[in-house]
Design a protein around this ligand. Structure first.
Ligand code: DGL
Length: 249
């Protein structure tokens, strides 16, 4: 099985990491729109337009499925993407919400959703959570975590100060949905700051979703990956080497 993975930039590599760990695909084509990142501060129409352009790029490959690693794109552009291709397009929001059910998280749990401005404003997580019967939902945009992770600021004073800035009024959280590609890199720190709250990681959630809904039980011996970026592809490849702990990129 061959998958295209789309993200606004490098963040989608956290989703690729999960796909590689479970060896779901024999071939992955990754495209990061590094020339136009961040998407999280852009409006709906712009995110849709950029996403449709990425879809045209993926049409150069013989793919079986397209995985939208970017939460901001998953929040706004899935319908348009699906209307413009015959292959399945899967986003990370519904799978993230499904992960709560898979983990038997009680419906009365206090859930915190964090993501970019675009993702939080779209209300998509809140919509699907409510549809599943979850009522106690707080959602906050935490866009500063994106550049911090990109600067490899994964602990220390600046990160702590940012936690205090965003989470100063947040108490008694049972589950945090990491609604942004970059947040898995500070997952443990977020959980610790919020009294060891459970965390939902988009990459791990989509692996389970793909196995269940798309029969992705490949367990391929190896996954071939090709990386493409709209700007500075060598920088994307260097980050991929580091994040995926893979030298042969
Ligand atoms: N990949 C984006 C997301 O998950 C974060 C970076 C951006 O704002 O483009 O929403």
């Amino acid at each position: 099985m061959r998958a295209g993975v789309f993200d606004s930039g490098i963040g989608g590599l956290t989703v690729v990491k999960s796909l590689l760990e479970d060896k779901l695909f024999e071939h992955i084509v990754y495209f990061g729109d590094t020339a136009r990142v961040p998407y999280g501060i852009k409006d709906k129409n712009t995110i849709i337009r950029y996403s449709l352009e990425a879809l045209e790029f993926f049409k150069n490959f013989d793919l079986d499925i397209i995985i939208i690693a970017c939460n901001s794109v998953s929040a706004y552009a899935l319908d348009e993407l699906r209307a413009n291709t015959n292959i399945p397009v899967v986003g990370v929001i519904q799978s993230g919400v499904k992960a709560l059910q898979n983990k038997n998280i009680p419906k009365n749990s206090n859930i915190l959703v964090i993501g970019t401005n675009a993702t939080i404003k779209s209300n998509q997580y809140q919509f699907f959570l409510q549809k599943q019967g979850y009522k106690n939902i707080i959602s906050i945009a935490t866009p500063l975590f994106v550049p911090l992770v990109e600067e490899s600021i994964l602990d220390g004073d600046i990160l702590e100060a940012t936690f205090r800035h965003y989470f100063k009024d947040i108490k008694n959280i049972d589950v945090v949905i990491l609604g942004c590609t970059h947040f898995p890199l500070i997952q443990d720190k977020i959980s610790l700051f919020l009294n060891n709250a459970n965390t939902i990681h988009s990459g791990d959630a989509i692996v389970e979703y793909l196995k269940y809904n798309y029969n992705c039980y490949g367990k391929f011996k190896e996954t071939k990956i090709e990386f493409f970026a709209s700007s500075n592809p060598s920088s994307l490849k260097n980050i991929a080497k580091k994040w995926l702990k893979k030298e042969d990129i």
